[in-house]
Design a protein around this ligand. Sequence first.
Ligand SMILES: *Cc1c(COP(=O)(O)O)cnc(C)c1O
Length: 404
Amino acid sequence: MSDLRAEAEALDARDELGGKRKEFVLDDTVYLDGNSLGALPAHVPERVADVITRQWGSLRIRSWDESGWWTAPERIGDRIAPLVGAGPGRIVVGDSTSVNVFKALVAAVRIARGGTDGPDATVGGRDEIVVDATTFPTDGYIAQSAARLTGCRLLPAAPADVPGVLGERTAAVLLNHADYRTGRLHDLPGLTAAVHAAGALAVWDLCHTAGALPVGLDEHGVDLAVGCTYKYLNGGPGSPAYLYVREGLQDRFDSPLPGWNSHAEPFGMRPDFEAAQGAPRGRVGTPDILSMLALEASLDVWDGVGVAEVRAKSLALTDFFLRCVEAYVPQGRVESLTPVAHAERGSQVALRCPGAGDVMRRLVERGVVGDYRAPDVLRFGFTPLYVSFADAERAARVLADTLD
Ligand SMILES: *Cc1c(COP(=O)(O)O)cnc(C)c1O
């Protein structure tokens, strides 16, 4: 047995999260795509079956109260909160990340302008939105539309260049916490402080960090944040996203999508809108209960797990995988795009490789599932709750064989 294989065994033997793997439905595939779709926690099918057959099938309309359907968006928000460093009452679950980016960004611009838009759009002179130029595309498209709707100019800037473009015209800044292609982790505390120094609001997209590393939303004074729940949070395909609004801004959060669910008195059925207090203000319409309750069940896997230990294992896994790649893959065949420095690394490794699309197809055929991002990137996501060091070693070995 190679040294690295023996080392993987030793690392797995003393891995305190090692026991979590059996809580998921997995086979002998090396599953390194949890950064796109988290694996299924084993207890979820039975819980979803109960939601369908008993709550929907028998209780029917009574379930809105008796099964806690109506309050699920805030209840589940409070379960996600400790994973992203938020106190209770600040997160609401629902809609997709894309929709929540829209709510958060338009609301941020409205707050930055002191609650005015429309004809008085330039009150306070804040008429610029800065967007992460390396963002996942949907955030960029939504930012363009939000800019048009609010009469702002859109300034794309790489996260490292953001401080240089901030000024008294900046209303809001939309950033990805980790780069979905390279796995680079951006400096959330430092960039948030720079945005605040310019008098603007910071909106963060946590899709690639929530469930993989500590985020510290409250601690770092993040204004608004969004994220999906189907990646490192394992909520299931298309499970609803979440929206965080900092406590001190909740009264000023003016949603561009007010619906009856965000009304102070939803069942008053009144013609005039009056916003609810607190997190429910971020809701829109009737929540998607089936996927929301699948998400709620899936969050049980976090019971007793600390985000700090998840982060420690994530870094150990990606370090070990990079070492295995270096040892097994002939020099020059792949180039890592993932930063070496821990402070700049999320929970995935991205390798640039000619013919990456074909290479990934062959890896999948051989039981190593990552994914491919155009034009030439192999992505390997490391979900600390269920990926082992043996998985990391095998993935690197199969990659080397495939490239051979
Ligand atoms: C995965 C991801 C999304 C996905 O948005 P959906 O609305 O759920 O499709 C958005 N932003 C980032 C940064 C992502 O990584």
